[in-house]
Write a protein of this length. Structure first.
Length: 279
């Protein structure tokens, strides 16, 4: 079955990780397209500010303070969205944690938090939402992956592992749901300019690797809702040939990654994160 949402205006969406970064921009794009949206995150002050900004634009926007890494948070999010909207047409799994660190120096709580938020939460939240989408016979799920899930990024190992999991799960889920009228897409950006550690420390990714603007990622998410592509790779460079090389010759892929300055940058960011934590 070919799945393509014919117009997203008036649809009902749930967006996680909406209080800042890419999530905040996705919320704006959704409202601009006339989508009603439940914006979810842990930071209620930031959510309320965003809801106030978007509330006068027309669509229904309401903030929900939840931690999607918890069962209670997921149940509250889906329950409140269904009470408010009566249906969920779109789910965007955006919430994620990323820490630049040497794996052998990370404590278990930090590792568990990333796995719970980045991998388990999207899976379990999607499972709850699918109860409703399957009954509706329609829906679109958009998951946020990363090119770090295509090729593990040194000093970002847990994040890379969770994103690899998201991407393979998305592919499998797409195959399961295609005959039920439900689409699944995954967005895979390279480093995002002006966000995360790049904003925190005021540095840029190596020129040979480049970055993508957060606004481009947000627009790709909304476009994926309408078109239902399986995978969208966002990079200023033609990375698919490099990914093909890595798939065939992983050791060569690692050498190329290092030659582009990625490992040096990752080491620098790790030390900066450590210095900040020790202050």
């Amino acid at each position: 079955m070919k799945i393509k949402m014919t117009g997203i205006k008036g649809k009902y969406a749930v967006l996680t990780g909406a209080s800042r970064g890419i999530g905040r921009l996705v919320a704006r794009e959704l409202v601009r397209e006339g989508v009603n949206v439940a914006i979810a995150a842990r930071d209620f002050a930031a959510l309320s500010e965003l809801a106030g900004e978007l509330g006068s634009k027309g669509p229904d926007v309401f903030p929900l303070q939840v931690d999607v890494a918890t069962r209670d948070g997921r149940e509250k999010l889906v329950g409140e969205a269904m009470r408010r909207f009566g249906r969920i047409d779109i789910l965007i799994n955006n919430a994620a944690l990323g820490v630049w660190a040497k794996f052998h120096e990370q404590d278990e709580a930090q590792i568990e938090a990333m796995v719970d938020t980045n991998l388990k939460a999207p899976m379990l939240l999607t499972r709850k939402v699918l109860d409703h989408m399957v009954k509706q016979g329609s829906g679109q799920i958009v998951n946020i992956g990363s090119l770090s899930g295509k090729k593990g990024n040194p000093y970002l190992g847990v994040y890379s592992g969770t994103k690899a999991g998201i991407m393979e799960w998305s592919s499998a889920l797409r195959g399961e749901l295609k005959d039920l009228g439900i689409g699944v897409s995954v967005i895979c950006p390279t480093y995002v300019s002006g966000k995360g550690v790049f904003a925190k420390f005021g540095i840029d990714a190596p020129p040979a690797v480049g970055t993508v603007p957060a606004e481009r990622v947000a627009k790709a998410v909304v476009d994926a809702i309408a078109r239902n592509p399986e995978e969208v790779i966002l990079s200023p460079l033609p990375v698919r040939p490099l990914l093909a090389i890595n798939a065939l010759f992983p050791a060569l892929g690692s050498r190329i990654l290092s030659s582009l300055g990625v490992v040096k940058m990752a080491d620098r960011l790790t030390e900066m994160e450590k210095d900040l934590a020790n202050k």
